[in-house]
Write a protein that binds this ligand. Structure first.
Ligand code: CP3
Length: 336
């Protein structure tokens, strides 16, 4: 939390996106008996999955075990995860009238199970470790709603945005207000900081980001003004200075920009998280160690840096490499 506030820390804190997941045998064991969505809706088990991962890795923060797409169910979309194909959202939004059937969550009680995961995880977690709540960002969630699932280019989303700017704005507004209540609910349930995942925002140009995405994102973070926030995006480092304008406490960066350049671009008035390419974790401990040290040296004792990957841990990752990463960060003395 000191790093979030850009205060000095004795060593660099580290946690990893997707630190609990399929790369871990303990997780695969739990998943033999329960589907992914059901697991997310069983607070005791979901909390255990994350606490097990935190214990095994020795990371400095936990993130709740959940998914960005669950909020879309009470908003009126039907969600399934099929093995192999990833998430599927039925009846994707394709016209302005489709936006009318989406409910803005005035009341977030249908997501009580997420708040219960927060509370369960908080109760089982070492007091010194912060718990991170999260949601998708308005753009990334709108993308899933319009595409009906994952996408490489988000062409339907762009078509919708260009063709129906008013309906787009309305959809972004419904998402923004719902997400603000949802994230505040997670903080009330015991989270210390929230991360907003704009995983696919990098498909946009700077101009389109400024016009179609920044206003809603800024508004979301403004509604959370008293809560520490991490805003994470991937794919287009040219967006970073615009993303900073959204006003979060921390910006999450991927690996497509050198960390020294990211620090330079973002300046000293915002904290930074991330940067190691998750594919490096597919290699071997010695390589992981060297690539990790490379980033730490470039950070050069900057206040307000949180070590993380540039995106989530890949399912094929050997656990040994993840442990090496955490040990390397912890063994690095910032002031020497
Ligand atoms: O970081 C963590 O360990 C906490 C849990 C977490 C999950 N999803 C668990 C999960 C978090 C923070 C997320 C966020 C999420 N979900 C994002 C944003 C982060 C990112 O990766 O960009 C996105 C885009 C999603 C949507 C989603 N959920 C996708 C695309 C998939 C993968 C589909 C597939 O099968 O490959 C998921 C499923 C998912 N979310 C799994 C986990 C552990 C795997 C489910 C399983 O099969 O067990």
């Amino acid at each position: 939390m000191r790093a979030v506030r850009r205060e000095p820390t004795a060593r660099v804190p580290v946690w990893l996106m997707r630190q609990a997941g399929r790369y871990m045998a303990e997780y695969r064991d739990v998943r033999k008996n329960i589907g992914f969505v059901e697991l997310c809706k069983t607070p005791r088990l979901a909390a255990d999955v994350m606490l097990t991962a935190v214990d095994k890795l020795g990371v400095d923060a936990a993130i709740i075990f959940s998914d960005i797409l669950l909020v879309l169910e009470p908003m009126g979309m039907s969600l399934t995860f099929s093995a192999g194909d990833g998430p599927v959202l039925e009846h994707p939004l394709r016209t302005p009238s489709d936006v009318e059937r989406i409910t803005e969550l005035a009341d977030v009680s249908p997501l009580q199970f997420v708040f219960d995961v927060v509370t369960e995880t908080r109760c089982g977690l070492d007091q010194r470790l912060p718990l991170i709540g999260f949601s998708g960002a308005p753009f990334t969630l709108a993308g899933y709603m319009i595409e009906g699932g994952g996408s490489n280019q988000f062409l339907e989303t762009k078509r919708f945005m260009y063709r129906y700017p008013d309906a787009w704005e309305k959809l972004m507004g419904k998402l923004t207000n719902s997400l603000a209540r949802y994230l505040r609910g997670q903080v009330d349930a015991g989270a210390q900081v929230v991360q907003i995942f704009d995983s696919w925002v990098g498909c946009l140009s700077c101009g389109d980001y400024s016009r179609y995405v920044l206003p809603a994102t800024k508004q979301l973070i403004a509604q959370l003004r008293d809560i520490p926030t991490i805003y994470f995006g991937t794919g287009n480092p040219e967006l970073l200075t615009l993303m900073k304008q959204a006003g979060s406490s921390v910006i999450g960066v991927d690996w497509r920009i050198d960390i020294a350049a990211a620090c330079e671009r973002l300046g000293n008035d915002v904290a930074i998280q991330g940067n190691l390419d998750p594919a490096i974790l597919l290699s071997e401990p010695e390589i992981v160690r060297n690539k990790t040290l490379n980033i730490l040296r470039k950070i050069n004792g900057r206040d307000g840096y949180i070590f993380n990957l540039g995106h989530g841990i890949l399912p094929q990752t050997p656990v040994e490499n993840v442990v090496t990463l955490v040990e390397t960060v912890h063994g690095y003395n910032v002031r020497s």
